[in-house]
Design a protein. Structure first.
Length: 351
């Protein structure tokens, strides 16, 4: 029996941004993915009846909004979601921001398929909707965290004889799911970010198999890199310290079963920051900011259909004016790889 989150049927009010006849997302769709946000926090489950404006039965989770905003950003930046049967893709491709009632229903559709066992217990369901809990859901792990574009380390573990370390004898290939946690960079701000990523992008055991072999796992220079930033209070960081980094990692080319090492020199730019408050475990404590290639924050558009224009000022939850690097919080940083060729061609986040 298929998992409920593989159900990609639409709900009432759903409006898809997908265009089946187009191979790539057009500019105007990418803009909507980046700038149009869901009407914040409220969730209407399929079993609920929306009777009045102050419906006290609404679930609320701004953390769920943050996950949706994050995934829409990834899609706009090249995350391939074609042919993937996952309700998160269906939800993310809804034309959010125009009809608030439709937004609440689409979010309810997502929640009911991620947590079908809790739809009749709203108190328990509410507790499941924190950003960290959502990020660890099997549907999110399979769709986002185990995607090839987040694969910092190669799935191939190359095993060589100590006498000829650059000729590999065999490979052990692990599943992408097995590398999810190790592909997340842990950083406290004591070293530079580039050094932390480089150190954690390569594994080497010089005494594998009772000291007779050497095993190595190299960096793949993925499209996206995820960093869990837990600031050290004695090593304060500013936004400039996290805006971008140069990754000088150990990579390889393989030919005739021989390994040729080289050091990368690849630039990664910050695209999103999710702020987490370890002191607050409610499903409304996370906040997200998106950035363009130059480090400018993307300001959500206050647009809606005509029925909601008198309420459009309430569409986006106000930013609490936090600072990336504040040791009171933890941060998940999302970076995208950029090349000079892409810069020249204007292949970048919409300014």
């Amino acid at each position: 029996m298929a998992e409920p989150w593989k159900n990609t049927e639409w709900c009432e009010g759903y409006s898809s941004l997908k265009r089946a006849e187009l191979a790539a997302l057009p500019h105007e769709i990418v803009e909507r993915l980046q700038y149009q946000r869901p009407w914040h926090s409220k969730i209407l489950l399929p079993s609920d009846v929306e009777e009045r404006e102050d419906n006290l039965d609404y679930l609320e989770s701004h953390d769920l909004d943050c996950l949706i905003i994050l995934f829409r950003m990834l899609i706009g930046l090249g995350f391939s979601q074609e042919s993937i049967k996952n309700v998160i893709v269906t939800c993310a491709m809804h034309d959010f921001g125009y009809d608030r009632h439709a937004d609440y229903k689409v979010k309810g559709m997502l929640v009911s398929r991620l947590f079908p066992e809790y739809v009749d217990d709203k108190q328990m369901l509410q507790s499941k909707l924190t950003f960290q809990n959502l990020l660890q859901h099997i549907a999110v792990r399979k769709l986002i965290l185990s995607a090839p574009c987040f694969e910092l380390k190669d799935r191939r573990l190359l095993i060589s004889d100590l006498k000829d370390p650059y000729r590999f004898e065999s490979t052990d290939i692990c599943s992408r799911e097995d590398l999810i946690d190790t592909n997340e960079v842990k950083w406290d701000g004591i070293s530079t970010l580039g050094q932390a990523v480089a150190d954690q992008s390569f594994d080497c055991d010089p005494r594998a198999k009772n000291g007779t072999k050497v095993s190595r796992r190299y960096c793949t220079l993925p499209l996206f890199i995820r960093v869990m930033f837990t600031p050290d209070k004695d090593h304060m960081k500013r936004f400039e310290d996290v805006q971008h980094f140069q990754l000088k990692a150990r990579c390889i080319e393989i030919g005739n079963r021989r390994i040729k090492e080289f050091t990368s020199d690849t630039r990664y730019h910050l695209q999103a920051v999710v702020k987490l408050d370890p002191r607050n475990t409610s499903p409304n404590s996370a906040e997200i900011r998106l950035y363009d290639l130059n480090g400018r924050m993307l300001v959500p558009r206050l647009e809606s259909n005509i029925d909601h224009r008198d309420l459009v000022g309430q569409k986006i939850r106000p930013d609490s004016m936090w600072s990336a690097g504040d040791p009171s919080f933890n941060f998940i940083l999302f970076y995208r790889k950029w090349s000079s060729l892409e810069d020249e061609q204007g292949c970048k986040i919409i300014p």
